[in-house]
Design a protein around this ligand. Sequence first.
Ligand code: NG6
Ligand code: CA
Length: 508
Amino acid sequence: MKRRYVIFVSLILSFSLFIGCKSKRGETQQGQSSKPNVVIVYLDDLGYGDVGAYGATKLKTPNFDKLAEGGVRFTNGYATSSTCTPSRYGLLTGVYPWREKDAKILPGTAPLIIGTEQLTIPKVFKEQGYATGIVGKWHLGLGTGNVDWNKHVAPGPNEVGFDYAYILAATQDRVPTVYIDNGYVDNLDPNDPIEVSYEHNFEGQPTGKDNPELCTYVMWHHGHNNTIVNGIPRIGFMKGGESAKWSDIDMADHFLAKAQSYVKAHKEEPFFLVYTMQQPHVPRTPHPRFVGKSGMGARGDAIVEADWCLGEFMKTLEEEGVLDNTLIIFSSDNGPVLNDGYYDDAVELLGDHKPAGDLRGGKYSLFEAGTRVPFMAYWKNKIEPTVSDALICQIDILASLAELVGSNKGTQDSEEMLDVLLGKSNQGRESLVLEATSRTAFRKGNWACIPPYKGAKVNTQVNIELGNDTEWQLYNLKEDIGQQKNVAKENPDKLNEMIKAFEAIRGV
Ligand code: NG6
Ligand code: CA
C-alpha cells in the first residue's frame, strides 16, 4: 500500500515537473534549460546582396553563410526603415517607427526616444528571468536633452530593459567618439572633461572643413567636416576626453571582446544579448589585418571583418557550451550605401559586386533595397536549414521571442511569428508598411506600392534612387524584383486594394 502511494506521488511529481519544464508551446528540451538564450546580431548598412548566401560571389562571408545555410534564410525579411534610428526603434519596441515622430536619424546629443515605460524586447526577457545586454551601436538617443557626458548618462539602454550596456552613443561618424559603459563614459579622466555640441565648435579645435590636412585617415566627401578624431573628420564638435576616445581600427575587436565576455559571464543563466556591429557604416575602419582582404576597399574589408567577428563570437558560444541552447537572429538595420560621406573608394573599387543584389535603391530609399535586408535565424540542432519566402519584419521579433520564452507581451504592430522564425511555417505577414526618412510605402503579398512624393528622385550625394515620383508606383515583385516596371496604370483595381489596406494601417 505504502509502496503504491510512493509510486503514485512520484508519478504526480514527475508529471508536474514535466509540465513545469514545458514552455508555453509545450516543448521540453531534454538536458537543456527550458529557457534558451537569444542573441540578435545586427549589422549597420549591410545590404541584401552583401552576403554570400544571398548571392554575393566577389565578397566572401563564410561565417554569415554558415548561419544562413544552417538556419532559416529569409528572402523577404525587412528592417522597418531604410535608416538606422527608426529601424532600431522598430526592432526593440515592436512598434512601427513612423508612429514615433522622433524616430529619425539622431545626432549624438539627442535624448532617448524610447519611453522608459515602453515595452521593449529586453523587458520581455527580464520579466522571464533573463540577463539582458547590449554591446555595440545604440543610436536611439541618451538622456533627456542636455547630457553632461562627465556624469552618469541616463536614461539610456539600462533604463529600457538592458541590465548591461556597452555602447557607442550614435554612429561611428558622430561625436562623442567614446564608449559608454552602463551610462558612464569609459576611461574618462575627470581632469579632462568632455564637451559635445552639434551647434558650435570649441575654441582651438580643428575641423575637417578648416584643416583638411589633418584628415589623415580619410577625407570627407559631404557632411562629416567637423571635429577630427584619429585623422577622421566627424559630424558634430567635441573637446576633451582624450583618454576616453575610441580607436576606430580596434572598434570591431573591442565590441567582439565585450560580447564574448558577456557570454562567458552569463553562460550559467538564460541571457538575451543584442550585438550591434558598426560595420560597414562609415567611416569604414577595418583593422589593418583586414585591409586589402576584399579587394573592394574599406567597405568590403569592413564586411570581411564583421564576418570574422561573427565567426569568433560563434566559437565562443560553442566553447562555452551554450551554442545548442542559443537562438541567433542575424539582420541589418537598413540597406547598403557606397559613398556615405567619405572618400574611401567604396565606389571606385566595387567591381562587379552588387551590395543590393537585384533590388532597386539602397539606404534612404523607399525602393526594396532600403529595407529588404539579410535576415536569418540559426539554432544549432533545433532549426532545420531552409530558405523561407515568408514576409517577416524586424518588428515581429518582439512578439515572436515573447512567445518563445512564454510571455504574452506584444504590441499592436508586432506579429507573433515564432513558427516562421524557426522555419516551421511559411505563413508570414500579409502586409507591411515600410519607411524611409518619414515617407512610407506598402508591401502586400507580392506587390509593393509607393505613394507620390515630392522631392528629388535621386540623392546625388550618395547616388541612390529614393523612390520619389509624382505618381503612384506599383510593382509586382514576383515578376519584377528590381522594380523596373511601374504597373500602376495597368492595375487600377490592385492599386486601389493596396491603397485601402495601406490607409487602414497608416491612416489617411
Ligand atoms: C547621414 C550621414 C551619413 C550617416 C547617416 C546615418 C551626412 C551627410 N550623412 O546624415 O553619413 O551617418 O546620417 O546613418 O551627414 S544610419 O545608418 O545611422 O542611419
Ligand atoms: Ca544603418
